[in-house]
Design a protein around this ligand. Structure first.
Ligand code: GAR
Length: 204
């Protein structure tokens, strides 16, 4: 076990969180989970985390008067849990430079497209509308830009005739559930080197 403590932020279903928890249980990721945070009380991830006996807290964005107040509450929970690596796993909110500065180079995000193409909230819809023949998913460090930080890992899937958003999303999600645990494993094992603000080297 490394000394790394994960803080996982989710907004909804939590299937990526589940794949990460499974990888911890299997010994692939040598870290513990300090806290699971959601921005929505109805997030299924909250129930899943509670069932696993994890500390889980909803910081309801709608109950906060400003983004700063919301983010200060997130940071307070992360600090109280001793978090060393923040995992955005289907967290559908943009974080401000304040939050990014509190955990610089210690925040990972997953996005369901091959960045820098098709960032934003409707990746699969945008892929299908554009007509690309491949899509995929990206794990990257979070910086101040949206879906912008240096890329750690990517994987691809074909886009097939007849795909709907749901079908494509399910194909990409299978890859996400392998890729995110792998990227976290690399991070906690100290194998990621940030060469500059765009390039991540994976040490052998
Ligand atoms: C995942 O497909 C993830 O890549 C995406 O939301 C889904 C969450 O599913 N994230 C984004 O679109 C971030 N911009 P999950 O809650 O089952 O992990």
């Amino acid at each position: 076990m490394s000394n790394h403590v994960l803080g996982i932020l989710c907004s909804g279903r939590g299937s990526n969180m589940q794949s990460i928890l499974a990888a911890i249980d299997a010994g692939q990721i040598k870290a513990s989970v300090g806290v699971v945070l959601t921005d929505k009380p109805e997030a299924k991830a909250l129930t899943l985390a509670r069932e696993k006996g994890l500390r889980s807290v909803c910081i309801n964005r709608k109950a906060c008067s400003t983004q700063q107040e919301f983010e200060e509450k997130l940071v307070a929970e992360l600090r109280a849990a001793g978090v060393t690596l923040v995992i955005l796993a289907g967290f559908m909110r943009i974080l401000s430079p304040y939050f990014v500065g509190e955990y610089r180079h210690q925040i990972l995000n997953i996005h369901p497209s091959l960045l820098p193409s098709f960032g934003g909230a409707h990746a699969h819809r945008d892929v299908l509308a554009y007509g690309t023949k491949v899509s995929g998913c990206t794990i990257h460090f979070v910086d101040e830009g949206m879906d912008h930080g240096p890329i750690i890992l990517q994987d691809t899937v074909p886009v097939l005739d007849g795909d709907t958003e749901e079908i494509l999303a399910a194909r990409v999600l299978q890859k996400e559930h392998i890729l995110y645990p792998k990227a976290i494993e690399l991070y906690v094992d100290g194998r990621l080197e940030l060469v500059d603000d765009r390039h991540v080297r994976i040490k052998q």
